[in-house]
Design a protein around this ligand. Structure first.
Ligand SMILES: C[S@@+](CC[C@H](N)C(=O)[O-])C[C@H]1O[C@@H](n2cnc3c(N)ncnc32)[C@H](O)[C@@H]1O
Length: 251
């Protein structure tokens, strides 16, 4: 049977690689490197740097072209489902062609594979399509952990929950009944569209990389500054990844 090692590689700094992740890469016969086009070239370079730095034996690398996702109109789930189906077909073809029976393949997943990443769902699809496949998941340091560490904050208040959500969901308003909300995948700066009320924001972009930017303060005071800094950085680099914690002030 073919076996996949689904390895969390951390969120931007090669030093995020855990000992377990490094060992997993060194067990792989083939490393599959996703290529999401020019926009994410910087992310591909980090994956290549990780392979060059940590893999100590000869190892085949295979580039995986990621199909473009159709623009999400009203049927967001349908569009994503179709996109995942095409990615799964692509992976199945590559696994059959590039990975022999009994070999180990590694998939390098940004941050942690369990958090807002589709790799595990896609691998389930590949197995469901009939390819005999086993896999192991190696956790990684997520961007959320790096955000908290860089701002030197705990994500939760004592004994209280933390919600992790998307910019798309936040756009409908700050979730009722929550006081600590982490927002990922926010291409539309939803933080600047909601009522700032008594919220603080802890924002981070390019976390873990030499280009990291951190801004924190009352949302009402810093939302405009974050929008401006974000737009400038995005233009300079051609891409941006940012995440933030919104937290109600204690009375
Ligand atoms: C597809 S999700 C992947 C999350 C990843 N699995 C993790 O554990 O962080 C991509 C989102 O993660 C966040 N993100 C990932 N890396 C980041 C970084 N270095 N700095 C800031 N945000 C990051 C952004 O919100 C981005 O839109």
């Amino acid at each position: 049977m073919r076996k996949l090692l689904i390895v969390g590689i951390g969120a931007g700094d090669p030093d995020h690689m855990t000992v377990q992740a490094i060992r997993a890469l060194n067990r792989a016969d083939v490393v599959f490197l996703p290529d999401k086009g020019e926009e994410k070239a910087a992310l591909r370079h980090l994956r290549e740097e990780i392979c060059a730095r940590f893999i100590e034996k000869p190892c085949k690398t295979v580039t995986v072209e990621t199909p473009q996702r159709a623009p999400a109109a009203s049927d967001y789930r349908g569009v994503v489902d179709d996109w995942h189906a095409r990615i799964a077909e692509n992976y199945e073809r590559l696994f059959r062609a590039e990975l022999a029976e009994g070999q180990h393949g590694a998939l390098l997943v940004w941050g942690d594979p369990a958090l807002y990443d589709s790799t595990l769902r896609i691998v389930e699809r590949v197995r469901a399509s009939g390819l005999a496949l086993d896999w192991e998941v190696i956790p990684g340091i997520s961007s959320v952990q790096v955000l908290a560490a860089r701002h030197r904050i705990a994500l939760n208040r004592i004994g209280e929950p933390v919600m992790i959500t998307t910019g798309r969901k936040l756009a409908a308003g700050f979730p009722a009944g929550q006081d600590s909300v982490v927002v990922m995948l926010d291409g539309e700066q939803a933080f600047a569209r909601i009522a700032p009320g008594d919220l603080d924001i802890y924002w981070g972009a390019y976390l873990g990389t030499p280009d990291e930017i951190l801004i924190a303060g009352r949302l009402a005071d810093v939302a405009g500054e974050i929008e401006q800094v974000r737009a400038q950085a995005r233009q300079r680099h051609g891409w941006i990844m940012d995440t933030y914690l919104l937290r109600r002030r204690e009375a």
